[in-house]
Write a new protein. Structure first.
Lengths: 387, 387
């Protein structure tokens, strides 16, 4: 048969981190001890209460399809979490449980974007945003961000980049890859400017809970008119279960559910029952301990990398990433990442995974490994850059 | 904020079966005993060996992300299943494990369809095909099918409906909603005509294993150049786990994996480990027993409905559906389905879920309930239609 390829595929890029990971595994296969700082998932296992709830569910339930938008008990638990943690009142009818934040993003973008529509994204930013927009034949507007706005979109930037075909903006706070957040005062202005433009706003809160020295607030406390993405993957450390959720504005409930029905049928049954235990006090206790560990890692790694000559002008306060300017050592961050792996056995993610704005100057370090290993990584990097 | 809606949403329809199901639940809530024949999933629970493997996995593994295309052990097991059950030699590197057949379809359509491209589909057919095509801004060509071609696409029909913008055809054998299959000789001709047209072919084999009086053969024994969709949901009865797979032609491996990376990240970790037990002899033994039970149900229900005056001109040999012409009783099958539910408490799916070709004449019965209940359903329907 003829080789037919959808036009969009030329624009959808692979994760370069995967190339690094594949090479790292080759090196490990020949006995090298690689330190992994390229992986965007917590190194911790899923907390035991969640595992136990999963096992109980497998014993008790038949594992049939659940309703498309998720079981009522879980949507109620999520609404209750918004109430107790944020003081936000969210109607469970607005919550759609999805296969990961990826599923939530696909739904939100799917109901909003017509072919050719533009959406404002941060650059650097999470690569899948751009790729999902392109899957739907929309057009990502990658706004170059720097230290002056904490590597975050602002109301001013959104206003400046909004054009005739722009229909929405997507912000992520705390951000991947920079770990920086949008202050609530700024988020309020963003809501106002998007409203004034007659557009829609998607807020990705997937790294909520993983903040250091501050607590995240949800955009739901500003507006019930935005799409809010979240997940059980990061703070709740359920990556492999593939479970997230989307809070939709009231007017989009039926359409988003209709799309979910057709694209996913339903989220994972065992994952949903397991996730019921995610909000229990004994689970939250484990998660808050681990949050402290992440904070300790950041507090160790950030000054160590700055001392070596990496430029990290804004102190990241969330997620588990440091986005570092490595131009003191190389004009090509992809080559730098590859050499660092080949020569020092430290795996990091090259900037080109996160956008087109100065990717060659940046690499991302994930502190998803313990402090002893991070210490060893710093030593290896020091030798590699000749310090 | 302004109410923005993607243009595609107007074309994407909900499952009308869901309206029936919702009303059925209301009736049950006020004490009515509804017989459910609208549900497209096996009534059996996931086989115990699979449940046990899931529990073991939760005890043993950390539930982190797996590789995007799935764990090697599962892809090897699937390849081995093709070898032992079908005598087909499939390179595991061509197998991508996905979140259900839904995920497999999204990947296949995503790498093939550019905006505006046409794809040939069967009408009646599984509704999500059309909706996923529309999600990707492609155009479904719904070919009206009748008893003369077993309610299946044929090489001749594909040839007749192929136009300048057509790039692919999608066939499903055995079919939802008709339970009919495409003979291998015809499948060979379909491959030939699609090849001659310079197009691509997607074959949905999700109901494989659930055939009665015959065994399914896979299109992989005809060509390694088509996209083959399958799932752990139906024959393996793992619906709620959301796990399926896609076999891609060699030339699409990297692009399909790239898309999977961006849309799903990875399939469910617990589901993958559980599914390793799906191919074990003790599981297959359970599944083959259940297959006999489905066959007994079909053998009971098919003549009973024909006796009542439903027209089912082709004997379905697979899946768990009977697609019946109910025009002897009503000129509006949706109204018929609603009345049948309100008055006889029997839930069925109206034809409008499956296409635009004579939906008002048809309803789908799913025999996903035991023979005693099916017998009661037949009695209720008989009273309802005045027999």
């Amino acid at each position: 048969m003829r080789h037919i390829m959808a036009a969009r595929m030329a624009d959808i890029e692979p994760f370069y981190a995967m190339q690094i990971l594949a090479r790292a595994k080759e090196l490990e296969a020949v006995g090298k001890r690689v330190i992994h700082m390229e992986v965007g998932e917590p190194d911790f296992s899923t907390p035991q209460p969640i595992i136990d709830a999963g096992i109980e569910a497998l014993k008790k339930h038949d594992m049939h399809y659940t309703p498309t938008i998720g079981i009522a008990a879980l949507r109620d638990s999520i609404a209750n979490f918004y109430r107790t943690r944020y003081g936000a009142d969210v109607d469970p009818a607005r919550i759609i449980v999805t296969p990961g934040a990826s599923g939530a993003l696909l739904l939100a973008l799917g109901v909003l974007l017509s072919a050719g529509d533009e959406i404002i994204l941060s650059d650097p930013g999470y690569p899948c945003y751009r790729q999902l927009v392109q899957l739907l034949d929309g057009k990502p507007i990658n706004v170059p961000l720097g230290a002056d706005t904490n590597y975050q979109l602002s109301a001013e930037l959104i206003n400046a980049h909004w054009k005739a075909r722009t229909i929405a903006a997507l912000v992520c706070s705390p951000s991947n890859p920079t770990g920086t957040s949008i202050p609530m005062a700024e988020m309020k202005k963003i809501v106002d400017v998007v409203t004034a433009k007659g557009g829609q706003l998607i807020v990705d809160e997937i790294y909520h809970g993983l903040t250091y020295g501050e607590d995240s607030d949800t955009a739901l406390n500003i507006t019930s008119d935005a799409f809010i993405v979240n997940s059980f993957s990061k703070y709740f450390q359920m990556t492999g279960w593939r479970l997230g959720w989307l809070v939709v504005p009231d007017a989009y409930r039926q359409e988003a559910a209709k799309l979910a029905q057709n694209v996913f049928l339903a989220p994972s049954t065992p994952a949903q029952y397991a996730a019921l235990a995610a909000f229990r006090p004994e689970t939250i206790e484990i998660l808050e301990e681990r949050r402290k560990e992440f904070e300790a890692r950041r507090n160790f790694l950030l000054p160590a990398l700055r001392d070596l000559g990496f430029k990290i002008p804004v102190t990241p306060t969330g997620a588990f990433y440091l986005y570092a300017d490595c131009s003191a050592f190389s004009a090509d961050s992809f080559a730098f990442a590859k050499d660092l792996l080949e020569e020092a056995y430290v795996a990091v993610t090259p900037g080109m995974d996160f956008g087109i704005h100065a990717p060659e100057k940046h690499i991302r370090f994930a502190y998803t490994t313990d402090i002893a290993r991070l210490g060893e990584a710093v030593e290896r990097i020091a030798r590699f850059v000749g310090k």
